[in-house]
Design a protein. Structure first.
Length: 96
């Protein structure tokens, strides 16, 4: 089963494992061996390219200013689901 937009996973990144949210569209995720992800950070603040999510009752920020492309094989355990609508809105503004 392919990852879905808005899902949060542990991912094997350099230099270690980090929580990420899938931001690529489901149509892309179904046909490619890669996904576009944005890492989750603890940093809070009024950043125009970040938005808050709650993962396992902990507040985190999705860092859309640090998006990257990963092979699906580097996604590990699924942690949950976030509403991808804020990410889509911010990405549209970033790339308009």
């Amino acid at each position: 089963m392919s990852p879905r937009q808005g899902e949060i996973y542990w991912a094997d990144l350099e230099p270690g494992r980090q929580a990420v949210m899938v931001v690529s569209p489901d149509e892309m995720n179904r046909v490619l061996d890669t996904v576009i992800v944005a890492p989750l950070t603890r940093a809070e603040g009024d950043w125009p390219t970040r938005y808050a999510v709650s993962v396992r009752s902990r507040r985190r920020a999705v860092a859309l200013d640090r998006i990257c492309c990963l092979p699906i094989a580097r996604l590990a355990r699924r942690l949950g689901q976030a509403d991808p609508a804020p990410a889509r809105r911010i990405l549209r503004e970033m790339f308009a």
